[in-house]
Design a protein around this ligand. Structure first.
Ligand code: NAG
Length: 358
């Protein structure tokens, strides 16, 4: 057979394009992942601030690339890393304040999250971490740097097509409202009022990033926070070792309110495409039936005794730290293992994120 002459080749290529066999767009649909939130997504910003809430030492990160503790509150990667990878971007999202990185590292993703923070300003005061308004200030600074680095048009393209992950709220309840003996906010708000107050703050935050150019947003719901090992331990005097049902109900109910807010904001804000990534039900299934997911232990964490250790209390001298974190749902008493993060991320990618944004 004679080789295809250029016109024939052109027709074949055109056909392939029409049939969608060849993708003419080389740029990924999501050029970057931009992250706001707390320890569920922090990739190392707390390393450089004056807080006791840190995780940039062993055994944190022992299953991360190179066994490196990065400031992620896990033995390995956290959800934005898996999400970034699934969209064909890089396999981990760098922290904005990490001095190892510069603007050229942030063109495909950046993380402004700070462990211990919340929607409520007063939550960030409890552990002296970065308040959400300050994460936003860093984001504005990032926009300027990105425009200088990529040029205005390309930077604006990245900023408007990026996937924004917003993941926080647990600390507003556990480190603030429910704090023993009396949370700062508990004197001022009923639980119902506080949830509404937080949803209002979350909505305002979405309005602010939308005004700055964000269009594709994943708002993350709360986990069954009454089943975090630390909360089970704190529940000791009421029902030893069991989940705090009051906290779980608060989380579930709060997620319902976030879902309503998501619908409202999608109507209110032009061009916005926001989804709620709600991990609650699957996370609770993993905790209640760990063996169906290949886990052996759900009620205590891998690090140390698993009942209370986190941050500086989870360190290389902690006794009894487990050998294989993939058998544990929780890495420290407040945070999932990498394997749990992956299962939750994969499920949310499949059901919510990839259908909406790819
Ligand atoms: C939180 O603090 C910032 C900075 O002081 C302020 O601009 C903002 O209005 C505060 N938000 C609330 C809800 O108090």
């Amino acid at each position: 057979m004679a080789p295809l002459r250029p016109p024939a080749l052109f027709i074949v290529l055109a056909l392939l394009l029409i049939l969608g066999v060849v993708d003419p767009v080389t740029e990924a649909k999501i050029p970057a992942v931009i992250v706001f939130g707390d320890s569920s997504v922090d990739s190392g910003n707390n390393n450089v601030i004056a807080t006791i809430l840190k995780s940039n030492f062993e055994p944190y990160g022992r299953d991360f690339y190179g066994g490196r503790p990065t400031g992620r509150f896990s033995n390995g990667r956290v959800p934005p890393d898996f999400i970034s990878e699934a969209f064909g971007i890089k396999a981990s999202v760098p922290a904005y304040l990490d001095p190892a990185y510069k603007i050229s590292d942030f063109t495909t993703g950046v993380c402004f999250a700070s462990a211990g923070t919340g929607y409520d300003n007063t939550t960030s005061h409890v552990l002296n971490v970065i308040p959400l308004w300050k994460e936003l200030e860093y984001y504005k600074e990032y926009q300027e740097k990105l425009r200088q680095y990529l040029g205005k048009d390309q930077a604006n393209y990245v900023l408007s097509e990026a996937l924004y992950i917003v993941s926080l709220g647990t600390n507003d309840f556990l480190e603030n409202y429910y704090l023993i003996p009396v949370g700062v906010r508990r004197a001022q708000f009923s639980l119902k009022q506080y949830k509404e107050f937080l949803v209002g703050l979350a909505s305002n935050f979405i309005r602010e990033i939308h005004a700055l150019g964000a269009r594709k947003i994943s708002l993350t719901g709360l986990p069954p926070m009454g089943c975090l090992p630390l909360e089970r331990t704190a529940n000791f005097f009421r029902r030893p070792g069991s989940c705090n049902e009051e906290y779980n109900t608060a989380a579930k109910d709060f997620n319902g309110k976030l879902r309503i807010a998501t619908r409202k904001l999608n109507k209110e804000l032009p061009g916005l495409k926001m989804v709620l990534s709600d991990p609650y039900d699957l996370f609770l299934q993993i905790i209640t039936k760990p063996s169906s997911f290949g886990f052996e232990v759900a009620e205590r964490a891998c690090c140390g005794t698993g009942f209370y250790e986190m941050s500086y209390l989870c360190n290389k001298h902690s006794l009894f730290t487990c050998m294989d974190a993939s058998k544990f749902v929780f890495w420290d008493s407040f945070h999932p293992t990498e394997r749990t993060n992956k299962i939750l991320s994969d499920a949310l990618l499949k059901s919510v994120l990839l259908p909406a944004f790819s």
